[in-house]
Design a protein around this ligand. Sequence first.
Ligand code: ATP
Length: 235
Amino acid sequence: MLEIHDIHTYYGSIHALKGVSLEVLEGEIVTLIGSNGAGKSTTVSSITGTAPASSGSIIFNGQDITKMKSCNITRLGIGVSPEGREVFGGLSVQDNLQIGAFTRKNKKEIAASYEEVYDLFPRLKERRKQSAGTLSGGEQQMLAIGRALMSKPKLLLLDEPSMGLAPNLVEMIFELIVKINKTGVTILLIEQNANMALQIADRGYVLETGRVTLSDSAKALQTNDDVRKAYLGSA
Ligand code: ATP
């Protein structure tokens, strides 16, 4: 579904991605783990067109999206829940969700998507008129994911969905990610919480200073000594 071939991405003179290659097959949950500054968010931004790669290629369902505009990438079926959530605090929950559907026109289908999102996140339904800025951290994360789902993505990019959440909420968010995947949405999950991410993922990639240093099944990564030492807090 998604094939990234040897991409290099720069912020001015900063060489953030130094030849990243990875692939996500339809139906999978693939996780990208790595420490602060490894380039995880930049990988997401290169896929979504907000930090386009200067060389290499990104192919989505056979189409080259490397240099495509973000809104067209959304139209093709890539949704993103960004790092830090970025909900519109002054707007209601419902209005935030509506923004997520900006690429769509069919009102009936959009109405069905609201129902799907509210079924997944009943808490958002209860709070649909509440300003997003007054939601708890966990609720804002649900809203960011819900907003991404409103574009009806085939591939959902989740950038650090567990960040800043209490352990019980982290568990709930991960359960929801599995549930979303079971509805047929392919997932690329960016996480610092490698432990949780590898528990739900099919495969994983380890990113270090802009390079993929390891890729394997999630099971194999969980038992890999280097991964355990560096990312799972055990030897
Ligand atoms: P974190 O887990 O801390 O979010 P990350 O793995 O997502 O880290 P990135 O945010 O992709 O890492 O950052 C990769 C590198 O690019 C870092 O050296 C970072 O300082 C740099 N970088 C990221 N965004 C920008 C930007 N807008 N301008 C300049 N440099 C940036």
